[in-house]
Design a protein around this ligand. Structure first.
Ligand SMILES: [Zn+2]
Length: 250
């Protein structure tokens, strides 16, 4: 698998894997470096993580820490390839893992360090802080990096062709997802990193994209979840891909 590798700045790499098949999403993995050590933000599936580990190993760098934006398989499965990393996550992470994995696998991927709102984590020259942002998953967080980048995980998707992707959310999470979208825009002067699709994204694009996603989700709420995908996005300023995800709102 070939990733596009972007140095966002010194010691900060963004690996972007294009989707392997049509109707799938690309995968992003960020690597923060501190000398011979790295911390990943999201690990991707095993095939993505394997390539990242090998690429870093060429420069003598080993991954010792993983900070998933949330604990869905496409963000954590690569952890299984890493030798006893420190995994950071909030109190909801294990519950998410239990929906997908056996007890034994959950034990390996579960956070070894719990993080909460307001905590600060230092890795090399990077200071990271967190804000709880449920909706897409009960364990989703925003990761603020040096007051410069905001990693927003799957609160905002794009497909490889640059088109917006409909939010993926269950009915129980719709209201929380709206609040999490609103949270994103409180941050000033950030470049936005997402887990699926080309990035960084800048604030003007984010404003339009956030407004469209909120319009879609509020239309679902107003209709008590009966509106069609086409009708729900009819007031949005841009099209969405993955309209079939409307059916997942159950
Ligand atoms: Zn994802």
């Amino acid at each position: 698998m070939i990733a596009k590798k972007t140095m966002l700045e010194e010691n900060f790499i963004l690996y972007n894997f294009q989707a392997a098949k049509k109707n799938e999403l690309g995968i992003n993995i960020c690597a923060l470096l501190d000398g011979d050590y790295a911390m990943l933000i999201d690990s991707g599936y095993r095939e993505h993580c394997k390539d990242v580990l090998e690429d870093l190993a060429k420069d003598g760098i080993s991954v010792i820490k993983v900070l998933p934006s949330h604990f869905h398989p496409d963000h954590v499965e690569g952890i299984l390839l890493i030798d006893e990393p420190i995994v950071f996550g909030n109190n909801f992470a294990t519950e998410t893992l239990e929906k997908f994995y056996s007890k034994e696998v959950v034990r390996v991927m579960s956070p070894s360090k719990t993080i909460s709102d307001g905590d600060k984590l230092q890795f090399g020259k990077f200071t990271l802080s967190f804000e709880y942002a449920p909706g897409h998953s009960d364990c989703s967080i925003l990761i603020d990096i040096n007051d410069k980048y905001l990693h927003i995980g799957d609160i905002y998707f794009k497909s490889d062709d640059g088109v917006d992707v409909l939010p993926y959310v269950l009915w129980a999470g719709v209201e929380e997802h709206i609040k999490s979208l609103e949270r994103i825009l409180k941050y000033k002067d950030r470049s936005y990193l997402i887990s699926h699709g080309n990035c960084p994204l800048e604030i003007e694009e984010m404003k339009e994209g956030v407004a469209n996603r909120i319009t879609y989700l509020k239309t679902l709420l107003d209709s008590c979840n009966t509106v069609s995908a086409e009708d729900a996005i009819s007031e949005c300023s841009k099209p969405f891909n993955f309209l079939h995800w409307r059916k997942e709102v159950i």
